[in-house]
Design a protein around this ligand. Sequence first.
Ligand code: GDP
Ligand code: MG
Length: 548
Amino acid sequence: MDPDRLAEEKDRGLTIELGFAWTKLETGDTVAFVDVPGHARFIKNMLAGVGAVTACLFVVAATEGWKAQSEEHLRVLELVGMAHGVIALTKADLVDQHQRNTVRSELERSVRGTFLERAETVEVDAVAGLGLDDLSEALARLSRLEGAPNCGRPRLWVDRAFVATGSGTVVTGTLLGGALERGDPLVVVPGDQAVRIRALESMRLSRVRVEPGERVAVNLAGLSHTRIKRGDALVVPRQWRPTTAVDASLQVLSSLKHPVSAKGSYAVYIGSSEQRVDLRMLGALSVPPGGSGLVRLLLPVALPLLPGDRYVLREDGRSETVGGGEILDVEPVLPPHLARPPRSIDEVVTQRGWITVDHLESITGERVSPTIGKWVASSAAFAAEVASVRGLLADGGVLGVDVATLDERQREILKGLDNVSVVGARARMQDRADATVREPVLERLELAGFRPYDRLKGAELRILLSQGQVVKCGTIWFAASAIEQAKQVVAGLLEAHPDGFTMAEARVALETTRKFAVPLLEWMDTQGLTVRRGDRRVRGPRLGPFSE
Ligand SMILES: Nc1nc2c(ncn2[C@@H]2O[C@H](COP(=O)(O)OP(=O)(O)O)[C@@H](O)[C@H]2O)c(=O)[nH]1
Ligand SMILES: [Mg+2]
């Protein structure tokens, strides 16, 4: 298949626009290609084509060898997270053995330390078809390396939009993240234009359903072709939170001749999209060539992005690729000078205190189980809310609190509280006598002493934590009474060993195992009860005075 469609491409014998082609390999596997231009002037088209692909066929002409453009393409492929490739050394028929060897060793040097280091190099004569069988086999091996994951979040970055006679608007792209089916409702982002899939094709075959990793053509109902273009994305309604501000890592190319700072006229490439972007540096004010840092990208339109998406950054003034990186936070909550992009779901939750499960999923792509009701809460935020509900109940006294005055979150917490009775529309604390009824969980923990059950979870424990009845050391929960005992044991140990005691000595004295002794003592260090000196622990400032 010749993917060059434009008359100008045919005339000049040169690819300008993205081209789309596919072939059935000897093995029966089908591979689709996004053909990108090699010429430096068309790098923007190249960038629009590589965003959704994880494997490449990297072409170098034996007559020309490794060129500046080969170098730039390789850098871009690294930045977008390309993982696998095959190298085709074309025009092998036009040079002698000596030249082929020279180019091969030049290639080897140039790809060292990159994902292409592991790539097979196949010599071909594309005109006579020599070497194409070997290339076909290499591509078959490549295509089996890694499938595109399905995480139930389809996103189609549009790389072409046109009108097909008789069917109306058609867009094409490389599908990622999830499957699409005929009839599915979708939205066009930027914006929120609702559309429906009238028909689907992949490699010219009509399909009812297409899977991630496939090249797809989508015929859209309810949309004029003028309302969708390259760089737009098709996604499932309400599954994404399109964003204009993201925090990201920035890797600056080592070939750059100057540091990267907020000053400059930048364009960012994500998926098939090209956007002007304002840069804010997080932390260091500039990043030197070869260095890395953190940036906030401010976009002129909201895009459907997720942590893990890759981007490439170019500077328009000098027309150069400066670097790129990974999106880390699609909804930064802190101003640039304070921002620290979260590296885990826990950090996303901690930065917000409370967030609904749905909201959390739309900004992280991951669905977690709720702390309470439909919310996920950090332990601090949860404890604070529990304390506030308890405060309201205490203030209400015998009259209690009108449940209708509590918000949804507080009502959920109320359900989890012990010693509360809800009569009619009012909730109040039960009598003192009832209040001494022990929580079964607490009772179990207290009995377990220094060998507490692990894998305890849930609202009950968090409530006990907010009441100071349990303590969390690392990942292990201890009853507060066990901690008190532990302090006494440790104080005793320090009397016997004034120069400090070892973990082994502590373990024996506490009659427990390393699994529990280690987090317990590390917690004591953080509380200033003990101080670590090498492999020993000595008395900390908060352990209290020596006993007489
Ligand atoms: N002799 C020979 N010519 C080739 C080979 N590969 C490409 N060409 C010629 O080189 C020109 C450019 O090739 P093309 O694939 O269109 O280049 P690109 O799309 O710009 O990378 C065309 O005229 C091809 O016929 C090869 O392996 N041997
Ligand atoms: Mg071409």
